[in-house]
Design a binder for this molecule. Structure first.
Ligand SMILES: Nc1nc2c(c(=O)[nH]1)N[C@H]1C(S)=C(S)[C@@H](COP(=O)(O)O)O[C@H]1N2
Ligand SMILES: [Mo]
Length: 417
């Protein structure tokens, strides 16, 4: 099987597993209990309100909900904004902390058995920041979304809380990314036909969890996805990448879970065999009663979600018409939202939202819905999107131990009075 056939993650996973016994995989995915217990502790820190100085940009409370080393966007801050999430309010997900990197001394280093001449880590193929700026540039509008976005609803809606950052729906953002296609860089580095996996790793501090040092944040990607639409981005919404979002260069892997979009890329291993890291073995697979013991295949596409641009428990005047607004997005199928339906009575009845189609490459679908509540009291608003395959967000999703990919319809409480 050549790397050109490995875009499909199921085929990719079969291929990578061919070289690995089930027992070896179980060993790779072991230690989950300890990891989960520690994530729960980290959540506790966030509750105590101790924000470590790990994010460089200001996090004003009207724009962000802090969660330890991470910060989620407040959805109400997107009301009236354009298609893109401005850099000052884009969510941040840091395993440790934002490193400060000097673009002049920074180098992108590529090595491994998937490159001609098999350059080693000590004698890699190198590109400077200037080198990348001098290569053909490409721009793409894409969302970055954490696999755990919506995790808190496993607890609040389904009664099965999952440990880890208790995101509501603000662990997502859309930006216009400019950079070099990873394909261009791989080809210039001497990509061979035999290459199957690339493993980009970040320059942020090593990630220590449960007393174990898991090393640099790094996550393998099939060469086919790397060649198809992955970008090495150096600009975000027309500005150099901000420090928190990966300066000088990050990966943008469209439609896939946020962990694939490695920030502060320092090196990329290119191999003629499958590569592994804790981020595609222990984490970012689905574990739980509905999944095999060694977990699902590594996560790839994000699921379909919808959010209202309203605070939770928003107060709305009775007997007035309110223009409810929100957005829906999808990494499933070909990644397009086909339509959105709204319920203001907890799901008893549904009416279509008014979609705002802007362009073919829009990364999410903004919508609006006029609502005139005639009686005061508590209401539950629901928004359910359908993707291009016709699948609609379900009422419930099966539990997984890390609380990834919460794609069920979210119940949004409001008060009318
Ligand atoms: N080097 C590095 N890259 C990383 C991470 C990280 O902690 N270190 N976090 C990942 C995760 S889990 C997500 S969801 C996205 C978040 O990107 P953002 O902080 O720009 O929103 O970055 C990914 N890339
Ligand atoms: Mo993430």
């Amino acid at each position: 099987m050549s790397h050109r056939d490995l875009t499909d993650e199921a085929a990719y996973d079969r291929q990578r597993l061919a070289g690995l016994s089930r027992r070896a995989l179980l060993r790779l995915t072991a230690g989950l209990g300890a990891a989960a217990a520690l994530s729960a502790t980290a959540g506790g820190l966030a509750v105590a309100g101790e924000r470590q100085a790990t994010i460089v940009k200001p996090l004003p409370p009207e724009l962000f909900i802090p969660h330890g080393t991470n910060a989620e966007m407040r959805w109400e801050a997107m009301r009236g904004q354009g298609h893109l999430v401005p850099n000052d309010r884009f969510f941040v997900r840091n395993h440790t902390g934002t490193p400060r990197i000097d673009a002049h001394t920074w180098r992108l280093r590529l090595f491994g058995t998937g490159l001609h001449g098999t350059p080693t880590r000590d004698r890699p193929v190198e590109f400077s920041y200037e080198d990348l700026l001098g290569m053909p540039a490409e721009t793409t509008t894409a969302f970055v979304e954490c696999a755990g976005n919506g995790r808190s609803f496993y607890g609040s809606q389904q009664g099965t809380p999952a440990p880890g950052t208790p995101w509501t729906l603000g662990g997502v953002g859309v930006a216009r990314w400019r950079g070099v296609r990873l394909a261009t860089v791989l080809e210039r580095a001497g990509l061979t036909e035999a290459a199957v996996d690339v493993l980009p790793s970040g320059l942020d501090p090593e990630f220590v969890e449960g007393g174990a040092n898991l090393g640099r944040v790094r996550r393998p990607l099939p060469v086919a996805k790397a060649l198809r639409d992955t970008l090495l981005a150096y600009e975000m919404n027309g500005e150099p990448l901000p420090p928190d979002h990966g300066f000088p260069v990050r990966l943008i892997v469209p439609s896939w879970t946020g962990i694939s979009s490695i920030k502060w890329v320092g090196e990329i291993e290119v191999a003629d065999r499958p590569l592994f890291s804790p981020w595609n073995t222990q984490f970012y697979r689905l574990f739980g009663p509905s999944y095999p013991q060694e977990g699902s295949a590594p996560l790839t596409n994000q699921v379909t979600k919808s959010a209202f641009e309203l605070p939770s428990e928003a107060r709305l005047a009775v007997g007035r018409t309110h223009l409810l607004t929100g957005r829906s997005w999808s990494g499933a199928g070909v990644g397009r939202v086909r339509g959105v339906r709204i319920s203001v009575d907890g799901g008893a009845s549904w009416r279509p939202a008014h979609p705002r189609r802007l362009s073919r490459d829009q990364a999410w679908l903004p919508w609006s819905f006029a609502w005139r509540p005639e009686r005061s009291g508590a209401y539950t608003l629901l928004a359910a999107a359908s993707d291009s395959t016709g699948a609609t967000q379900p009422r419930e999703v099966p539990f997984n131990r890390f609380g990834y990919l919460f794609g069920a319809v979210v119940r949004h409480p409001v008060m009318v009075g």
